[in-house]
Design a protein around this ligand. Structure first.
Ligand code: NAD
Length: 248
C-alpha cells in the first residue's frame, strides 16, 4: 500500500517535540521524504531512526533558513509549526514579549515561506501554517500577543493562498484548541500558583474543550497530513479549527 504523501518532499519546522514532531512522523509514515528541523538539534536527532532527515534550524536566523530550505531541494509540503505561547494581557505584555512573539511566530514563518515558495511554485504544493483557535477565531484570556500573532498568521495564510491560487499552490492554517504537548506542561506549571495547584491548572486547561479532554499531537498531525495530501486539492486559504469544541 502506498501512503497518501508518496513521492512528496516535506519540510517541517519545530519538529523536535509536540505537534511538529508528530507531524514529521505522520508525513514519513504516509510516504513523504521529510526534512525535520528544530532550534534544538538534539530533539530532532532521534527522528533520523525513522528515516527522516534532521537538521538544527533556528527559524529566526534568516541566513540559516535560506540555506536549509535550499539544501532541502524543491518542496511539495511546508509545515510552518514553530511558535511560542506568551501568557499576557495588553497591560502585562512587555516590548520584549511583543518583539519576540512577532519575530518568531510571524516574521520567521514569512521568511521560511519566502525561501520555499519559488521552488514550490514550479511544482505546486501545500503550505500549512500553525495558527491557533486563540486569536481571530476566539479571544482567549491571557493570550494578548499570542492571539495577535496567530491572527496575523491567518491573514498571511489567506494572502499567500490568494496570490498563488492559480499556481497549484495551496496555503491553509491549522487552528488547534489545547493540545497536550511539552510546552503546555510549562504553561500549566506557570499557572499552578494562581489556580491553587498543578492539577487545578491542568483541569482548567482541559475544561476549555467542550469534549472535556485535551487534543493529542497525533490528532493535529492527521489534519496536517490531509491538508498536505491530494485529498485536500480543492482546499486553500482556510483557517481550519480543530479544538474539541472550544469554540462551540
Ligand atoms: P512545543 O511548544 O512543545 O515545542 C515547540 C518546539 O519549537 C520545540 O521543539 C522548540 O525547540 C522549537 N522552537 C522554539 N523556538 C524555535 C525556533 N526559533 N526555531 C525553530 N524551532 C524552535 O510544541 P507545540 O505545543 O506542539 O506547539 C507547536 C505549535 O503549535 C506552536 O506554533 C504553537 O503556537 C501551536 N499551537 C499549540 C497549541 C497547544 O495547545 N500545544 C495550541 C494551538 C497552537
Amino acid at each position: 500500500m502506498t501512503g497518501r504523501l508518496q513521492g512528496k518532499r516535506a519540510f517541517v519546522t519545530a519538529a523536535g517535540q509536540g505537534i511538529g514532531r508528530a507531524t514529521a512522523l505522520a508525513f514519513a509514515r504516509e510516504g513523504a521524504r521529510v526534512v525535520a528541523t528544530d532550534l534544538d538539534g538534539g530533539k530532532v536527532g532521534p527522528l533520523s531512526a525513522e528515516g527522516i532527515e534532521v537538521h538544527a534550524l533556528d527559524v529566526t536566523d534568516d541566513k540559516a533558513v535560506t540555506s536549509a530550505v535550499a539544501a532541502a531541494g524543491p518542496l511539495d509540503i511546508l509545515f510552518n509549526c514553530a511558535g511560542f505561547v506568551h501568557q499576557n494581557t495588553a497591560i502585562t505584555c512587555t516590548d520584549q514579549d511583543w518583539d519576540f512573539a512577532f519575530t518568531l511566530n510571524v516574521r520567521a514563518m514569512w521568511k521560511v515561506t519566502q525561501a520555499a515558495l519559488p521552488g514550490m511554485l514550479e511544482r505546486g504544493g501545500s503550505v500549512i501554517n500553525m495558527a491557533s483557535a486563540a486569536g481571530s477565531i476566539k479571544g482567549a484570556p491571557n493570550r494578548f500577543v499570542y492571539g495577535a500573532t496567530k491572527a496575523a498568521i491567518i491573514g498571511m495564510t489567506k494572502s499567500v493562498a490568494a496570490d498563488h491560487v492559480t499556481n497549484g499552490l495551496r496555503c491553509n492554517a491549522i487552528c488547534p484548541g489545547t493540545v497536550d504537548t511539552p510546552s503546555l506542561g510549562d504553561r500549566i506549571a506557570a499557572n499552578a500558583a494562581q489556580a491553587g495547584s498543578v492539577e487545578a491548572a491542568r483541569t482548567a486547561f482541559v475544561a476549555r474543550q467542550a469534549m472535556g479532554r485535551l487534543g493529542s499531537p497525533e490528532e493535529i498531525a492527521a489534519l496536517a497530513v490531509w491538508l498536505a495530501s491530494d485529498e485536500a486539492a480543492f482546499v486553500t486559504g482556510q483557517a481550519i479549527v480543530i479544538d474539541g469544541g472550544w469554540t462551540l
